[in-house]
Design a protein around this ligand. Structure first.
Ligand SMILES: Nc1ncnc2c1ncn2[C@@H]1O[C@H](COP(=O)(O)OP(=O)(O)O)[C@@H](O)[C@H]1O
Ligand SMILES: Cc1cn([C@H]2C[C@H](O)[C@@H](COP(=O)(O)OP(=O)(O)O)O2)c(=O)[nH]c1=O
Length: 226
């Protein structure tokens, strides 16, 4: 049996550079001959025929529902939808991939629920942690390596979001006021502290941030191929 793959999580608020870093890390792994996939919670995995991993339609549909700001819902409903998407990806793609030795590089995990639904929408953090453990399981909650990207400057974060292009229709959370965004941004540092997750300064160039991630990864995963 092949050695278990590693589960890597890159967290942070919108615009901190998670997607860019996940992409760079996955490509570095692939260049070194390591099988690796990307996951972007709450989206469903798109499927990978070469690796024989399925498309997760249930999570794809849930992300649309989560992001559609015209659908009324309670904060707890957001926890349920995000957790259902998470469970579907975990059971159908992430856990089987890890068991086969494939590395899973993910943007976001349950830490996003603590930040957005916990600090942002007032749901109890303990309830989120208990529900995630019940629904998805303890293994999901212990990645091999996890980091939170933090941007000291709100102006830089805004500039990066603008750069990414104009949204046709801001989603449920993007359309909330500056107060909500500020609560979520500052929540990330608090959560990292509480959950003992190392943070990384995301203010440098993409390559500089990637170098910081790899330096931390090597410390926690000493036989890391990157
Ligand atoms: N370190 C960086 N320096 C400058 N621009 C960046 C950096 N990281 C990401 N970007 C740009 O900022 C925007 C948001 O980055 P993205 O990776 O989509 O962030 P997230 O997934 O956290 O929302 C994109 O246009 C991306 O190209
Ligand atoms: C995973 C997760 C995301 N979210 C939010 C963050 C985003 O605003 C939105 C998902 O949007 P999406 O466009 O998929 O991701 P991103 O902003 O990372 O590019 O849902 C939660 O509120 N709770 C969660 O548990």
């Amino acid at each position: 049996m092949s050695e278990r793959g590693k589960y890597i999580v890159i967290e942070g608020t919108d615009g901190t550079g998670k997607s860019s870093q996940v992409d760079m890390l996955q490509h570095s792994l692939l260049e070194r001959g390591v099988q690796a996939i990307q996951i972007h919670e709450p989206d469903g995995f798109a499927g990978d025929n070469t690796l024989g991993l399925p498309r997760v339609d249930e999570a794809i549909a849930l992300r649309q529902r989560i992001k559609d700001g015209t659908i009324d819902r309670t904060p707890w409903q957001n926890v349920e939808w995000n957790t259902a998407a998470r469970k579907a990806n975990w059971e159908r793609v992430m856990r089987p991939a890890l068991q086969r030795g494939i590395w899973v590089v993910a943007a976001r995990n349950y830490v996003s629920t603590l930040a957005y639904q916990g600090f942002g929408e007032g749901v109890s953090l303990d309830d989120i942690l208990t529900y995630t453990a019940e629904q998805v399981g303890e293994e999901y909650m212990r990645p091999d390596f996890q980091t939170v990207l933090v941007l000291g400057s709100e102006a830089t974060r805004q500039a990066r979001i603008q750069n990414r292009g104009v949204l046709d229709r801001p989603d449920t959370f993007e359309s909330r006021g500056a107060e909500f965004q500020a609560a979520v941004s500052s929540a990330y540092s608090q959560i990292a502290n509480q959950q003992h997750i190392a943070t990384i300064d995301a203010g440098g160039t993409k390559q500089e941030v990637q170098n910081l991630i790899i330096a931390d990864l090597r410390q926690q995963v000493p036989d890391s191929p990157v």
